[in-house]
Design a protein around this ligand. Structure first.
Ligand code: DGY
Length: 337
């Protein structure tokens, strides 16, 4: 008798033509609407399958996998994986994968663009124009912060941070960075970036961009104290995870003029946005789209599919998913938001 085909759950609508590759190997259950599934719904779905293709909308921890006796692999579409309790998955022998690499340049493009939009007040200017307030060219209108020749600070210097640093070279910026570990000399030279401690980064950056992973250790890394240490008139851009910033403290800093502007693609309670930030005119708000070019989002799904096929022991890389998640050093403190 033929062996039964493994069962797979695809938790969100992705690109049908790419996800269809799973049909060659597995019996696939697809969810057709974007949904923040309740934990009980995730647990029920995982309890019935061998593998799952999930996104950042799906929070998977101990409770969700407790009854998933057949589950062998969870492939998440995204580089950040704070939606997964990797320890809990690993403890049950479940392979967890993410999609690093394929979104680096697209996300770096967006981070740089968001920083520029905040500094040069681009969306504020557009809202003003659309509101019919442009009655004549004004010399003092909508003056923004300089970008070329200023100091860019990058907190978190992985692939995306390095991509942003390389872009900054074209703008004649000085690049400072702080990271859990210092980069090798050749990478620092390639990025023309100088390693500094966190307080120096805060004090010297005209534009600070956050690109570090979110974990218990980095929760509210930008709090009221960090904001008070930032250079007056600086900008702050976040394309990583909302939980890195204490949003009420940021609203105070923006409202009080301590910071010139902020660019935020991610929010602590997303899709809900802190109403105080919505009320600030000097913040550019975007709905978690830093990696959202068509080609990149397709590449992310394709990599996640490849990971799942391999992790479930099928295809040319059977047993060797291309991008498994290794537990980070602070994995014991890694937690779900
Ligand atoms: C990621 O990959 O972690 C992004 O936040 C979603 O593209």
């Amino acid at each position: 008798m033929a062996e039964p085909r493994p069962k797979v759950w695809v938790s969100q609508p992705l690109f049908d033509d790419i996800v269809a590759q799973l049909d060659a190997w597995f019996d696939v259950t697809r969810v057709s609407e974007i949904s923040d599934h309740a934990p009980s719904a995730i647990a029920a779905a995982l309890g019935a399958v061998d593998g799952a293709l999930v996104t950042l909308n799906d929070r998977i921890g101990e409770a969700e996998v407790a009854g998933a006796t057949h589950l062998r692999a969870v492939a998440s579409v995204g580089v950040g994986y704070d939606n997964l309790d990797v320890d809990a998955l690993h403890a049950r022998g479940i392979v967890a994968t993410n999609t690093p690499g394929v979104l680096t340049e697209t996300t770096a493009d967006f981070g740089f663009a968001l920083m520029m939009a905040a500094a040069r007040r681009i969306t504020e200017a557009e809202h003003w124009l659309r509101a019919g307030q442009w009655q004549g060219w004004g010399f003092h209108k909508l003056l923004g912060a300089e970008i070329h020749g200023t100091t860019l600070g990058i907190l978190g210097m992985g692939r995306i941070g390095q991509g942003i640093a390389r872009r900054a070279r074209g703008f004649g910026m000085r690049v400072l960075y702080h990271n859990r570990s210092r980069l090798p000399g050749d990478v620092e030279r390639d990025c023309a970036a100088t390693y500094v401690d966190r307080d120096t980064l805060l004090a010297r950056s005209d534009h600070l961009v956050l690109v570090l992973p979110y974990s218990a250790a980095s929760h509210h890394v930008i709090d009221a104290d960090a904001l008070a240490r930032m250079k007056p008139g600086a900008t702050l851009t976040n394309i990583a995870r909302g939980g890195l910033i204490d949003e009420d403290a940021l609203a105070d800093a923006l409202g009080g003029g301590r910071l010139a502007a902020a660019g935020l693609d991610v929010f602590e309670g997303e899709p809900a946005v802190n109403p105080r930030l919505l009320a600030c005119r000097n913040v550019v708000l975007t709905p978690h789209v830093a990696s959202a070019s068509l080609a990149t989002r397709r590449a992310m799904v394709a990599l996640a599919v490849e990971n799942l096929v391999a992790a479930l022991g099928r295809g040319p890389d059977a047993g060797r998913p291309p991008t498994p998640i290794a537990p980070p050093p602070d994995a014991g403190r890694h937690r779900l938001r």
